[in-house]
Design a protein around this ligand. Structure first.
Ligand code: ADP
Length: 398
């Protein structure tokens, strides 16, 4: 197939887009990408070419708040002249929840859109934003094919033992179970593991996706065995502003004793906790590392690393051992100190840091022969590239 693909990742306060060129059987090639951020407050737009050079930047003045619909109209206006003369093959969308039924991306028609909308109660903060552009594009360009790619899909092959909570059967059957997220990132990493090292492709690997959101995925033979996020994207590791795993008793206490409403408690656990909540300073790892001498910042960093190391232990147990640890996403790819501290805390698993290679970006950051002993690696993720590949594959199969 020959033509262009647009990939959209619509979140609660931003819409990210990428434009890819498809030609023949080769993987789609990124042409440019950008985002409208700060929706509902101070909106900003920027777009970059694939090599990182800036193409355009805009800021909207105070009081001129953009909502999601405004941002889509703006993006349509920005993209239209740039797409002229080239065939647009279709759009790929990142959709957080595919429920139990979807272990692979789907083409979206009206029935599928209704099915995905019915999953909104499972991810009320994300799913409606993911689906709004699909509906808007369907209304304006009814003939344009659209593909939904799910963050949950990669984990659907996990065992029932892994996916079920110890809750009454009726609650499980109502849909309360571990779904897991960041699946597009994990799937991309799984797809490149054979090029990273053959032992990782067929072995027991833990991937640490450490971005603003963060989770771990245990993989065997490139398939998801277990993951730290569960029913929601709150579970598992502490994150930039999310608390990670929490005794559910804390939630009752917040509601009953501290008199928070469910919405206030939710906002606290999603937006005011994690690195930001503990440090009182920032959710940005760069700023925290620069101020690591401050006691509250140091404590936030220590909790973050300790909890990652503990969960790595838990996933190593699920895998029955460890052959490789892979760091990815903003912090995993760029914060050498965080990688060094996590690897040091995982010495008991046989990992031994190679400080020089860690400082220069790896890709292997541990000592010894990875064919003979556990190793740790840096592998950049590419969720947009994965979306483009899926979209092209599905359009090709139509
Ligand atoms: P998202 O989950 O929004 O896609 P990213 O994967 O971009 O987020 O990760 C964002 C995180 O990566 C932030 O905490 C940011 O501070 C961190 N980060 C980005 N670059 C660096 C860097 N050079 N050093 C340390 N941390 C970095």
């Amino acid at each position: 197939m020959q033509g262009l693909l647009i990939v959209l990742n619509a979140g609660s306060s931003s819409i990210k887009f990428s434009v890819f060129e498809a030609a023949g059987d080769a993987p789609p090639r990124a042409l440019y990408e950008g985002q409208v951020e700060g929706l509902g407050s101070h909106a900003r737009f920027e777009a970059k070419a694939a090599d990182g050079t800036s193409l355009d930047e805009q800021r909207w003045p105070e009081g001129e708040d953009l909502d999601h619909a405004d941002a889509l109209v703006f993006l349509d206006g920005w993209l239209a002249p740039r797409l002229q003369g080239r065939e647009l093959l279709g759009l790929g969308h990142r959709v957080v929840h595919g429920g139990l039924r979807h272990a692979a991306p789907v083409l979206v028609d009206d029935a599928m859109l209704a099915e995905l909308e019915a999953l909104c109660p499972l991810a009320p903060l994300h799913q409606p934003h993911n689906l709004a552009p699909i509906r808007a594009v369907r209304e304006q360009f009814p003939g344009l094919p659209q593909v939904a790619c799910f963050d949950t899909a990669f984990h659907r092959g996990q065992s029932e033992v892994e996916q079920q909570y110890a809750l009454p059967r009726a609650v499980t059957e109502s849909g309360v179970r571990r779904y897991g997220f960041h699946g597009l990132s994990y799937e991309y990493i799984a797809s490149v593991l054979p090029q990273v090292h053959p032992r990782l492709a067929s072995g027991r690997v833990i991937v640490a996706h450490l971005g603003n959101g963060a989770s771990l995925c245990a993989m065997r033979d490139g398939r998801s065995i277990a993951t730290t996020m569960g029913f929601s994207a709150l579970d598992g590791l502490p994150m930039g502003t999310r608390c990670g795993a929490l005794d559910p008793g804390v939630v009752f206490h917040l509601l009953r004793e501290l008199k928070l409403s469910p919405e206030e408690a939710e906002a606290m656990l999603y937006r005011e906790s994690g690195l930001l909540g503990v440090s009182g300073v920032s959710n940005d790892m760069r700023e925290l590392r620069a101020r690591a001498a401050e006691p509250r910042v140091r404590l936030a960093l220590d909790i973050y690393v300790h909890r990652i190391a503990r969960e790595i232990g838990s996933l190593a147990a699920a895998l029955g051992g460890l052959d490789g640890l892979v760091f990815t996403a903003g912090i995993g790819e760029h914060s050498a100190e965080t990688r060094a501290e996590v690897v040091a805390a995982c010495g008991w698993l046989g990992l031994e840091l190679d400080a020089k290679r860690n400082a220069v970006g790896g890709p292997c950051i541990t000592q010894g022969d990875p064919a003979q002993r556990p190793s740790a690696w840096i592998v950049p993720t590419d969720e947009e590239g994965m979306l483009a590949r899926h979209t092209l594959a599905l359009l090709g199969r139509r």
